[in-house]
Structures are given as C-alpha cells and as structure tokens.
Design a protein around this ligand. Structure first.
Ligand code: FBP
Length: 552
C-alpha cells in the first residue's frame, strides 16, 4: 500500500492522555462516586436492569493500581456510521492492554456487531495496529448497523466469547449501540458469564451527549472538515458574487453539526431543526425567512449568499411530518403495488390527492415536482419514505426561487437569484482525526481498558473537562443505565439513551441567535481553513465552539 506523507507523519503522532492516565498503568487508582439513578423512569429502568442499575460513577486518579492481576482477552466492535478517531479508540485500548500485560489479547470483530454473531475477527498485533494510528475511517475492522438486541443474539455472542476466552467486549457506537451495550451487559451479568461490556461514545452527529458525556467523538473533525469546505464556498461566493449556495450537512436527527458549522463560518442562513419544531414553522415560514435574507442582501447589491441546512430538517417541520406519515399510511401493504402500476405522474398525483388529507395535499402541492416524486421513489424496506434522502437543499432553493418570483412581480424584489447545491456528509466521516479527536479517542480506548481491569460492566468510557488542555481531562466511567429513559419505539416501550437535540436555551444556540440577524444581511463569513495537525496548540488543539461555549 502506498502511503501519503501525512499518513506517515500521523503514524508518529503521540496522542495526549488525561493527566491521571499518564504515569503508567501501575499508577492508576480508582475513586468510586455516588450511586447513580437513570435520568427518568427510574423504577422501570431498575426493573429492566436489576444487575447493572444504580452502580456508582467512577473516576481514575494517580495512585496505586489495585486491580486484581489477570490476563485479559477483549473483543472490540465498531458500530454504525464512521466517525474520525475510531481507529485511535482501538489503538488506545490495545496499548493499555499490552502495557498491563503483554499476554493480553485484543480481538477485533469485523463488519460491525454482526462480526461477533458470525465469529469473524482479527487478532491485533503491533504491526497491524501501527498501520492505523491517528488515521481516519473504520477500515481497521469495518463497521455495520446490525443491532445486537435479542436474547438469541446475546447467546450467540456469549458462545463466541466463550470459544475465544474473551472476558470483555468494547462497543464503540452511538446512542442505539450503547443502549444495546447496556442490554448485553445486563444479559451477561444476569447469566453469570463474567463477561464485561464497556461502551464508547461515537457519532459525528454530536447527539450522544448529556451531563456526563460532553461530546461524542468524530463531531470535532467532521465539523472542522465541513467548515473548511463551507468557508471555501463562502470565499467563492464572495469572489464571484453570483450564487446562493444551499449546503446540506449530515446530522440525521439533531442539528448540532449545522449549528457548529454556522458558528465556525458565519453563513447568511443556518436552519436549526429544533427551533423549526419549537416554533412550529411551516414550509412557507422557512421559505420566507430565507427569501428575506436574499432580498435584503440584494437590496445592498449582494446577489450571493450561503445557507446551511441540517440533514434532518424536514422531520422537524410539523406539517411535513404529517405529510410523510400520511404517505406512509397511504402506501402501506398492497397499495404500493397499486401505486407503482399507475402509468403517468398525473395518475399517481390523483391517487395521492384522493389518499391524503386536504391539509397535507396543500403542503404536497407546494413542493417542487422533483421533490414530490422523490417522496415516492426512495422507500425503506418497510415501504416508508426515506426522509434522509430528501434533497432539502434543493427543496428550499426551489421554494425560495418561487417566492422571489412572486416578490419580483409585486415589485418588492429586484435582485438576481441563482443557486448551487451541496451535501456534505461522507466527506467528513473518515477524515484524519483532528488532534482533539485523536487524543480524545485514544484516551477513551485506554480508559476502557482501565474500566475492564477494575471489573466494571455496563459502563460508558468517560473522558471529561474536554474544553481544557488534555493534561486536565478527567478519565472515568459512567453506568450506561444512568443515561437511559423509556421511549416509545416501533409501538413498544423501550429503555434507550436519550438523544441529545440542540438545546434552544443553551449557550451555542444563544450565541447564534445573538448574531444571525447581522449575518443574514451582511457578509460576515469566517474561513476556518484546513485542520492543522502541527503547530501552536491554539491552532491545532482547539475544541469545537459548541463545547467551548457550553463549558465556558
Ligand atoms: P451514526 O449515528 O451511526 O453515528 O451515523 C450518523 C450518520 O453519519 C448520519 O449523520 C447520517 O444520516 C447517517 O449516518 C448515514 O448513514 P449511512 O452510512 O448508513 O448512509
């Protein structure tokens, strides 16, 4: 394999650990905190997790390591969407295991959670691990979206662990994967298997965070990567002065990515789904909001601009959610075939008109034809509309164009409007991790090994105080059950980790609100440039603006 110069240079980077983990394994002691309770639905969660509920928070500190000496055989799984830094979690875990006892073994299950069910694995050694240090991607073992959630699967996982003598599993994943980790930990504990389960908080979406987990890994690098590109586009827009750029950024549910990119680049518009829902904004409210900015800028002679749209936006628009629900019902069961058998779009349109409510038809009728048809093309295996595939960047630019045409007729708009569209998602998920993510991930993995050594199970590896330099980070663990509540999922009550949406009373959103009116009209772009790996700490090691504002 040919290596790029940066790849070679990054192999040599030594990730920074929290101060208390720096003196070597023999000098890491554990401090036990208070017993914990789940964030809500305490009785139900306690009942569902009788063996793992209520355990204390723990923190590591400098001191004598009192963990019982035993050989560790650990399995690691990467789960869900890629996030920069995943390789370093594996490297940190591996290094800590080997530093504890060179006979410790790390198995990597291939292709995500299905790897453990199918017993597909690699056994890591130095040579293998060294090729992945400080690199992006999950290709070290691959990832997947199989859910580990049934007792039958748990039994298979147990059999595989027993076969290899594995005494602990580390699951690197988002809210769903860590929910599954908690259920697996409870199963293993209830069946006295002696196998521990530790989770690590991953997702570029940034929606796995709470009072204990300050941020998920990957968010820092992904938002820096998108912001570099958005900054470049802003500069292009400001140079050519002829296009409005509509940029959709990943973030399936929450709008953290969009908001962080907006804080970094100061675009003219950034939609925040959580605000759209709270203010019950309609499609035309949003269209007018963007058109007002286009109009005001045109009045100043600026027929260009940049708008950031979060991937999950349409689900936050109340009338759009109703429309999607009605379409899903309309096409349930055999009706999909009936619909597909209709020859022309006109016939299909009539079928839709008769099948959904008058209110939803009004919303549907507003949509550009391309988007209307998209709603019926892309369906998931259950026949439901795949909301994440809706090209909302095109939807809004088309609606803004129509609105501006109306305004032009009325004589209230005299500018020119020409749009370009972008979707940034996969571009950022496997970037070389920033120093922040390289350090954070390595620490999470190292810390996961310490949690295993000290015998904990059902815990999430926790590294906090992240807005400060790594030396001051605090390493420890939090029972996953503490982060859980009961939610309705697919018609059933389920214990899950609550997804963190953008807090409208939080400091990052408040900062955005305080500035957005000016950004909407003036040209206040900032150009973050590429991630820097080498140079002064204030350039290379800075955390996200979201984290800095939240922790200031
Ligand atoms: P995770 O929640 O698993 O981290 O994945 C998040 C994400 O990157 C979203 O932002 C995006 O909508 C989705 O994955 C895309 O998934 P896929 O890789 O399956 O296309």
């Amino acid at each position: 394999m040919k290596l790029s110069p940066l790849q070679i240079a990054r192999y040599k980077y030594e990730p920074k650990l929290p101060g208390m983990l720096r003196n070597g394994i023999q000098e890491i002691s554990v401090k036990t905190g208070e017993a914990t309770a789940s964030v809500a639905d305490q009785e139900k969660i306690r009942e569902l997790f009788p063996n793992t509920y209520g355990k204390p928070e723990i923190t590591f500190e400098k001191g004598t390591n009192t963990a019982p000496a035993r050989r560790q055989v650990v399995g690691v799984i990467l789960s869900g969407g890629q996030a920069p830094g995943g390789h370093n979690v594996v490297c940190g875990l591996y290094d800590a295991l080997k530093a504890t006892n060179k006979d410790n073994v790390l198995y990597g299950f291939k292709g995500g959670p299905s790897g453990i069910l199918e017993d597909k694995y690699v056994v890591f050694d130095d040579e293998f691990i060294d090729q992945y240090r400080n690199t992006g991607g999950f290709d070290i073992i691959g990832s997947g979206r199989t859910k580990l959630e049934t007792p039958e699967q748990f039994q298979v996982a147990y059999d595989v662990c027993k076969k290899h003598g594995i005494n602990a599993i580390v699951i690197i994943g988002g809210d769903d994967s860590n929910t599954n980790a908690a259920v697996l930990a409870e199963y293993f504990a209830a069946h006295n298997t002696g196998i521990q389960v530790i989770g690590c908080p991953k997702t570029i979406d940034g929606d796995l965070k709470n009072e204990d987990i300050e941020c998920s890994f990957g968010f820092d690098t992904a938002t820096k990567t998108y912001s570099e590109l958005i900054g470049n586009i802003e500069r292009d827009a400001n140079s050519a002065k002829k296009y409005w750029h509509f940029i959709k950024v990943m973030g399936r549910s929450a709008s953290h990515v969009a908001l962080e990119c907006a804080l970094k680049t100061q675009p003219n518009i950034c939609l925040v789904g959580e605000e759209v829902a709270a203010r019950k904004m309609s499609l035309s409210d949003i269209t007018n909001y963007i058109a007002d900015s286009v109009n005001a800028r045109a009045n100043n002679g600026n027929n260009f601009g940049v708008a950031i749209i979060p991937e999950g936006i349409v689900e936050f628009i109340p009338e759009f959610s109703v429309l999607i629900r009605e379409i899903n019902e309309l096409l349930a069961g055999k009706r999909t075939e009936e619909f597909n058998a209709l020859g022309s779009w006109d016939e299909k349109y009539e079928f839709i008109r008769k099948g959904i409510s008058a209110e939803s038809m009004k919303v549907f009728a507003q949509l550009p034809v391309g988007i209307q048809q998209q709603l019926f093309l892309e369906r998931d295996p259950h026949g439901n509309v795949q909301v994440s595939l809706i090209e909302s960047e095109k939807l809004f630019s088309a609606m803004v164009k129509e609105e501006l045409a109306r305004r032009k007729k009325a004589g209230t708009y005299k500018g020119k409007f020409s749009a370009q569209h972008h979707f940034f998602g996969y571009e950022g998920r496997c970037a070389f991790p920033s120093n922040f993510d390289a350090d954070y991930c390595y620490s999470l993995g190292y810390n996961a090994c310490m949690l295993i050594q000290y015998g904990y199970t059902g815990y999430l590896s926790k590294v906090s105080n992240l807005a400060k330099p790594a030396e001051q980070w605090v390493a420890g663990g939090m029972p996953i059950t503490k982060m859980m509540n009961i939610e309705r999922r697919n018609g059933e009550d389920k214990p899950v980790i609550r997804k963190a949406l953008v807090e409208l009373d939080g400091k990052p959103f408040a900062y955005f609100c305080a500035n957005r009116e000016q950004w909407a009209v003036e040209t206040c772009y900032t150009y973050p440039g590429a991630i820097q790996y080498y140079g002064p700490a204030e350039v290379c090691d800075i955390p996200t603006i979201t984290l800095s504002l939240e922790k200031e």
